[in-house]
Unconditional design. Structure first.
Lengths: 480, 251, 439
């Protein structure tokens, strides 16, 4: 029998019938004897160990070592970001933990404890139901990776980054680090130094992948840092939807998740990237996500942030080709002890490019949600447009919300508009529902779901259902 | 005596052809009605003649007293004597009607010529009285928060003040109740003279009961397919546009 | 990598310890507490670093334009040298200062003076009403990133205007204070302090003017204090020379049921930074923060605002409108802060940029920090060209394009100007804006 470390026995499922999908449902971990362990702390040695274990080409090691230097040289961005970043102890984190570098192609081959983890999270079931491919990462490496045959036959490549670097080095190298340079920020530099896992996807010209490809990121070990690196290339006219989910058990020490995600949508391609993050509230989630949209291409980020201690994530689109479109749809829910610092960046670099940002946040208890945005329309572009809407809902008396947009427009041919509002749940609405027999908590949940409904309806059905239930859970106990 | 000639005019928006070879000549003192179903290019014709930048004239010509106006800016066309009464007049917050009309009247004067303010206001108030408009109206911003009827009256007021040679009236009756329609029609009728040519664009016969036209044209698919006198409007009203469609199919 | 050690000269520019010592001699007759505060301020100024690129409060600003070298105290000026032109408003009193010194003073009517109204130079007020001035002069936090330059203001502040309106006194006509900078390289430090006691009502107009087009330096502050139920209308018209580096700091305090309306018109300067700090301290307090800017040539206008709601049931309304021509640049950075427990706050913040040129640049940073849930807070920022349909409508009436654009720009500004109830003031500001267009 595996040795289960149930970190919080109070969350036993019998008490709560809807706990199959909540944050605490991910709140379990197995003691794994890791075959590969880079130890605690970060040095050149750590990097050399990771690279050696992965049997990497020399250019990758050089890339990592250069990134380490940049990471060490860069200060924390506390001149604009929260001082809570100073509570990350980079010397107490474990940077690489794996049982092996090659993921299994069938669940039967996946080691029992790891398989059980993903079964509890419902991944194999979802795969059977509606996915075109799945990659399941356990700490540093993918434990399972499979793409449906039909999709593979179209020439779609869906691998984890460790494998992709071995099997498609030229294709990988061509795009890698081009959208997000190593030195973009301190955490992109950190990721570039110690990255492991994450997805690599290439969709050939004109191929439209009808079902979503999914990755699931699981942190299992305490004091661990997960640094997956995802690179998605949609060739001309290609289309795909990618979804990612994340969980971790709740430990007393903090955990770091710092991914880099790069998207390239070539002429006329469409990429939809959906995240439903549900980290335990000891996780620092500091992620850099950016896409480049070429002529008439479209990149849409749908980003849903629940959980974590601190999330800093501003998905961006560089609108590089004429008539490219970028969109960020963002939902954030910050509960007690949580800070969701999320937003969007839209960099217009060609004529007639359009961007749209809709961000909704909910702050519960002492939770704090922050919108931070950048919209940049430089000189001499014509016919560019941006629209930004931010709405914040504050549930409790001293819940907190901040909005910090930055909009630069040059020239007289590019209209932009930004609107933001702050509101609370209407007392009349709650009373009305209570009068019909709902508890205050149920009424509050309905109200909050109503607030995000127009955005949630843009998610694939399975995810919007999950989102709704997550909100229900978060709203329980928020009143009174 | 002036003359506005539209010759084989072709107009497109975003490369889509809307007006396809329309020819029409209007002389001072005449009132022409252009009727036709929605989407047949009536409003496009009016805006293109007035010089709206979104409309491209691909071929043909528009002549005012024998001179082409197509190379002229919208404001030059207006000063040359063209007036467009908009179907949907722009709302311009912050700019009062008094200031706006003054600027428009001043723009028609020679350099160094000064507007006689007393005479200007006297004329303005008499036109407002004619249109049953409150004097306080002039301090309001152009069309800002106006009702449909107020907007149309404001258009007629401008027409009265600017004394054009030719007025293109685009769906002037739309959005008006019967009282407002009567006031607007009375205003237009008061302005009818041997010095003014009018092109009335309308979907319904209703307006023509109040402003009786000399000529009626039916527009279809971007061109005039039938012309006649005022009786044509009544016939159209009785038989509907399908009648024209059938006739065209037989032709 | 270590930065080269900064010499103190690069931190002080022309405002050296010697220059400060010389300045102190000119104000040696003023109260000791004031001189002590000036000395402390100078020390802060001389040691504080210049703004850095990474300072959030200087985001998008052109830092290379902030050099402090080459300026000096200008000479004494007499009224005829100023070419003083009236603004066309009936005034209850007037003070004219040039190069930091009093030029002329039209005292307020005797009956107001008899009721306790003080309208005098700051130096006179310091000597005659020391305690009153002490409790209000530079007593509130003001700067939004310009701590260094605010300290410079305090250190070199020589003279300004002081207005005190006692309980329940209402003054209908505006009081006007003219601040002139005269001569090349003159540095001026304008200051206006307005204290309105319970139920008082007053309007004050600050006019910042240069007598010629030369390179100048201005570093001013105006502080407004509105006690219970008081009503202050404050208008500032800034028409410094096009080669002036200008800082202007505002601090506003609104107590219970007080109403403060401030309108800043920005037309002059090469690089002009305005920081406004508005505190709503008790229920019923309301502030209107308004600004209009016409930016042209290579002018840069940098506006930073903070509206802090420190008590429940307070409201604030900010509307900043910029029209940008040629290669000009504007920055608006605003923040609404709602303190915990400041429930029933109603706060609005709006920045509208009208881009009239293909080379102009508008930056907007509208921010919110909300810590109470039962509030109504919205903000908006738009940057857009002239509406082509409106332009066409005016052109279709025969109005030339340039004139149509000017009309539309005035229309754009009217939303702000119409908040002034004094028609003469309204028309005077319109006229100033018109001159900016005619240049």
């Amino acid at each position: 029998m595996p040795d289960i470390t149930a970190t919080d026995p109070a969350t036993a499922t019998a008490d709560n019938p809807v706990q199959g999908i909540d944050q605490t449902a991910g709140n379990f971990s197995y003691k794994i004897d890791y075959e590969f362990d880079a130890g605690t702390g970060l040095s050149e040695q750590t990097i050399r160990y990771i690279s050696a274990v992965k049997k990497e080409a020399p250019w990758i090691l050089d890339f990592r070592l250069n990134a380490l230097k940049q990471f060490q040289a860069k200060p924390l961005p506390t001149h604009w970001a929260t001082k809570d970043l100073e509570n990350i102890h980079f010397d107490k984190i474990r940077y690489y933990l794996a049982q092996g570098q090659k993921p299994k192609r069938t669940w039967d081959e996946v080691p029992d404890d790891i398989k059980k983890t993903f079964e509890r999270l419902g991944i194999p079931e979802q795969e059977r139901k509606f996915l075109a491919g799945v990659e399941a990462q356990f700490d540093s490496e993918a434990a399972y990776s499979n793409v449906k045959e039909l999709v593979a036959k179209q020439g779609v490549i869906f691998l984890n980054s460790t494998e992709a670097l071995r099997e498609h080095p030229d294709l990988f190298r061509k795009w890698f680090g081009k959208v997000i340079p190593t030195g973009d920020n301190k955490f992109s530099a950190l990721n570039s130094a110690v990255f492991s896992g994450g997805s690599f996807i290439y969709v050939p010209k004109g191929v439209k992948v009808t079902h979503p490809l999914q990755a699931y990121f699981r942190i299992n070990a305490e004091s661990f840092g997960q640094f997956e690196r995802t690179l998605i290339i949609a060739d001309e006219g290609a289309e795909l939807t990618y979804m990612e989910g994340c969980t971790a058990p709740k430990f007393s020490t903090s955990t770091l998740h710092s991914a880099v995600v790069e998207l390239v949508a070539l002429k006329g391609a469409k990429i939809q990237y959906i995240t439903v993050q549900n980290w335990a509230n000891n996780v620092f989630n500091l992620v850099t996500k950016r896409g480049v949209a070429h002529e008439e291409a479209e990149i849409k980020w749908i980003d849903c942030n629940i959980g974590s201690r601190l999330t800093m994530k501003y998905p961006g689109v560089v609108l590089k080709g004429r008539k490219a479109r970028g969109e960020v749809i963002s939902i954030a829910l910050a509960n007690d002890g949580q800070h969701q610092d999320t937003g969007a960046k839209m960099i217009h670099a060609a004529d007639e490019t359009t961007s749209n940002i809709v961000a909704k946040s909910i702050s519960v208890g002492q939770g704090r949600s922050t919108y931070r945005g950048v919209v940049h329309i430089p000189k001499h572009l014509k016919g560019c447009k941006n629209n930004t809407e931010c709405d914040a809902l504050l549930i409790n008396t001293n819940s907190r919300t901040d909005t910090y947009p930055a909009i630069t427009v040059r020239g007289n041919a590019n209209p932009t508009q930004h609107e933001a509002s702050v509101s609370k749940v209407s007392e009349e609405q709650i009373f009305y529902m209570q009068q019909r027999g709902l508890t205050e908590g149920q009424a509050m949940s309905l109200s909050v779901n109503g607030f995000v409904n127009d955005l949630a309806s843009q998610f694939p059905m399975e995810y919007s259902v999950e989102l709704k239930r997550l909100i229900d859970l978060e709203m329980e106990g928020s009143v009174g | 005596m002036s003359q506005l000639e539209i010759k084989d005019l072709h107009v497109s928006i975003d490369e889509k052809a809307i007006v396809n070879g329309l020819t029409l000549t209007v002389r001072s003192g005449e009132v022409h009605a252009i009727m036709g179903p929605n989407g047949t290019g009536k409003s496009t014709l009016a805006k293109a003649v007035a010089g709206h930048p979104s409309y491209t004239i691909t071929s043909g010509d528009v002549l005012l007293d024998g001179k082409s106006i197509l190379a002229m800016q919208p404001d030059e066309r207006a000063r040359a004597g063209l007036f467009l009464a908009f179907q949907y007049p722009s709302e311009i917050p912050g700019v009062s009607i008094a200031n706006f009309l003054r600027a428009a009247v001043q723009a028609r004067m020679g350099e160094g010529e000064e507007l006689d303010a007393t005479a200007y206001y006297k004329r303005l108030y008499s036109k407002m009285d004619m249109l049953k408009m409150d004097r306080k109206f002039t301090s309001r911003a152009i069309n800002d928060g106006f009702s449909g009827g107020e907007k149309k009256r404001c258009e007629i007021l401008q027409m009265a003040m600017l004394e054009p040679k030719f007025a293109l009236m685009d769906e002037t009756d739309s959005g008006l109740d019967i009282d407002a329609l009567r006031i607007v029609a009375d205003g237009v009728n008061a302005l009818r003279s041997t010095n003014l040519g009018v092109v009335m664009i309308t979907h319904y016969q209703r307006l023509l009961g109040y402003i009786v036209p000399d000529f009626v044209h039916v527009m279809w698919n971007g061109r005039i397919v039938k012309s006649g006198d005022k009786s044509l409007a009544l016939e159209l009203e009785a038989k509907g546009y399908d009648w024209v469609k059938k006739e065209l199919a037989h032709a | 990598m270590s930065a080269p050690a900064l010499t103190s000269a690069s931190l002080t520019g022309a405002f050296t310890p010697e220059a400060f010592a010389a300045h102190l001699k000119t104000v040696a007759h003023l109260p000791a507490w004031w001189l002590d505060r000036k000395q402390a301020a100078y020390d802060r100024f001389a040691t504080a670093p210049m703004p850095k690129r990474t300072d959030e409060s200087w985001r998008f600003a052109t830092l290379t334009g902030l050099q402090l070298d080459g300026y000096a105290r200008g000479g004494t000026v007499a009224l005829p040298q100023l070419g003083h032109a009236p603004v066309g408003i009936a005034k209850a009193g007037r003070i004219v200062l040039a190069n930091n010194r009093l030029v002329t003073h039209d005292a307020i009517a005797a009956d107001f003076a008899a009721r306790g109204v003080i309208f005098d130079t700051l130096q006179n007020a310091l000597r005659r009403h020391g305690d009153l001035v002490k409790s209000h002069l530079l007593a509130q936090p003001a700067p939004q990133g310009s701590e260094k330059f605010a300290a410079l203001h305090t250190a070199f502040l020589e003279d300004g205007a002081f207005l005190y309106v006692p309980r329940n006194v209402e003054i209908a006509d505006p009081l006007a204070v003219f601040h002139y900078a005269h001569g090349a390289h003159s540095a001026v430090f304008p200051h206006t302090l307005v204290v309105a006691e319970t139920g008082a009502r007053v309007t004050l107009v600050d006019l910042f003017r240069s007598t010629d087009a030369s390179r100048q330096f201005a570093c001013g502050q105006n502080d407004l204090f509105a006690s219970h139920g008081a009503e202050i209308t404050y208008v500032a018209a800034q028409t410094w020379s096009r080669d002036t580096l200008s800082f202007q700091f505002n601090s506003t305090v609104a107590r219970r049921d007080a109403r403060v309306l401030s309108l800043n018109l920005h037309l002059g300067g090469r690089q002009a930074r305005h920081e406004s700090y508005s505190q709503l301290q008790a229920p019923g307090a309301h502030t209107e923060m308004l600004a209009l800017t016409v930016a042209r040539g290579r002018q840069e206008f940098d506006q930073r605002t903070l509206q802090i709601h420190q008590a429940p049931h307070t409201s604030s309304n900010l509307l900043y409108k910029n029209a940008l021509l040629e290669q000009s640049k504007t920055i608006f950075s605003g923040l609404i802060v709602v303190d915990a427990d400041a429930q029933k706050t109603d706060a609005y913040q709006s920045n509208r940029n009208l881009l009239l040129s293909d080379e102009a640049e508008a930056n907007s940073l509208p921010g919110l920090e909300i810590q109470a849930n039962d509030v109504r807070c919205t903000h908006g920022a738009t940057s857009s060209p002239i509406d082509p349909e409106q332009e066409f409508y005016l052109q279709a009436r025969g109005i030339r394009k340039a004139e149509a654009d000017e009309l539309l720009t005035f229309g754009f500004f009217e939303e702000v100007l119409s908040k002034l109830t004094n028609d003469q003031l309204h028309d005077a500001l319109r006229e100033l804006i018109r001159t900016q267009f005619k240049q």
